[in-house]
Each structure stands twice: as structure tokens, then as C-alpha cells.
Design a protein around this ligand. Structure first.
Ligand code: FES
Length: 205
């Protein structure tokens, strides 16, 4: 039995014609597979490879390189906390500690007991001037404090929706960032429609 539905496989097969290089279809194809299954199983990756007529090793290589793709089950809401230099200097460690405490996990990629949350630490998301910051699902949240984390987690637990924090402005750091408008104090930024493909943080040691 196929891991992916016939409908999704059909969509995946149509993707290569939309790109100058058919291999470019691999990321949107994996995205469709993940959207259907929640995470990318080995069977799903091989079905993507067959549908796109690509080498399975190449498909797996893309899936394992980007933190956008999950190879294990993840929480319904996913936090990507930047712990690169600017964010680190402005308290990213404290943000990670509070997040772990708030969602009830002890390490990255662990799913919270209520199955709602998981998190990972990622490299620079291109919004350094708003440090410390994170991406939560498809939105950027900036100027984080431990209290912000408590608020966001509590709100998601209660309503499943993110708190609204007013106008937001575009980061204009050299790293490039999401488009939006910024208000006076803290908040969220709508990430690009297609979330930036964040790079996985290398394991220590
Ligand atoms: S260092 Fe965190 S967004 Fe750049």
C-alpha cells in the first residue's frame, strides 16, 4: 500500500513541468508529502523519488538537509528558535530554556506530552536586528522575552491561535528577511509564503 495518496502523487508528478530544472520540484514535492503525513517517512521519500524520477539518495539528502522537513513525528506547532550569534548575544539561550519549560520537553525534537509542540534550534533566519527571534510554524516572532514565550504557548493551548501583536515591519538586515510592517514593541512577522528553508543546527561535539 502506498504511503502517499493517489491525489498527492498526481500533484507531485505534475511539479517538474513547472520548473526549468525538474530537480527543483523536489522541495515542493517533499512539502506536499509532509503536509499529508505530518512527517517524511522512508516510504514517502521513496515514492517522491519514483514520482519525480530522481535518485532516492538525492531526495533523502534534501529532506535531511533542511529543518523544514521532519523525519520523525513533530508537534502540531513547531518552534524554530534562532541560536546564531546575534540572537545568542541577546538571550536566545534563555528563550530556549523558557520554551522547553513551557511546552514540557527537555530536548530538541521531543514532542510535548499534549502532542501540540516541538522545537529545534536553527541557524540565522535573516532577522538579526530583531534578535532574539524565532519562527513559529509560518510566522516570525521577534524581540522575544521569556514572557512572550509563555504568552504564545498559553494562547496556543487555549485557542489554537496565535496572539495578535499589532503592526510589524520588515527586517532589513543584510541576511534578507520576511516582508511585513513593524510596530512599537515586539510581535510577529508573517514569514514568506513559502517559509525560508532553515538549515539544521549542527549537533554539538
Ligand atoms: S542571528 Fe538570529 S536571526 Fe540572525
Amino acid at each position: 500500500m502506498s504511503a502517499l495518496s493517489a491525489h498527492v502523487l498526481e500533484e507531485i508528478k505534475e511539479l517538474p513541468s513547472k520548473y526549468p530544472q525538474p530537480r527543483s520540484a523536489v522541495m515542493p514535492a517533499l512539502d506536499l508529502a509532509q503536509e499529508e503525513l505530518g512527517h517524511l517517512t522512508p516510504e514517502a521519500m521513496s515514492e517522491v523519488a519514483v514520482a519525480l524520477e530522481l535518485d532516492p539518495g538525492y531526495v533523502e539528502g534534501v529532506a535531511t538537509f533542511y529543518s523544514l522537513f521532519h523525519l520523525e513525528p513533530v508537534g502540531k506547532h513547531r518552534f524554530y528558535v534562532c541560536t546564531n550569534l546575534s540572537c545568542m548575544l541577546r538571550g536566545a539561550n534563555e528563550i530556549v530554556d523558557r520554551l522547553k519549560q513551557s511546552i514540557g520537553v527537555t530536548q530538541p525534537n521531543q514532542v510535548s506530552p499534549d502532542l501540540l509542540f516541538s522545537y529545534e534550534e536553527v541557524e540565522c533566519l535573516g532577522a538579526c536586528e530583531f534578535a532574539p527571534m524565532m519562527r513559529l510554524d509560518h510566522k516570525y516572532h521577534y524581540d522575544l522575552t521569556p514572557e512572550t514565550i509563555n504568552d504564545v504557548v498559553a494562547q496556543l493551548r487555549k485557542t489554537g491561535l496565535l496572539p495578535t501583536r499589532g503592526e510589524v515591519a520588515p527586517p532589513h538586515s543584510s541576511g534578507g528577511g520576511p516582508q511585513g510592517r513593524r510596530g512599537s514593541a515586539g510581535g510577529e512577522i508573517q514569514a514568506p509564503k513559502k517559509p525560508r528553508a532553515t538549515r539544521k543546527k549542527k549537533a554539538d561535539g
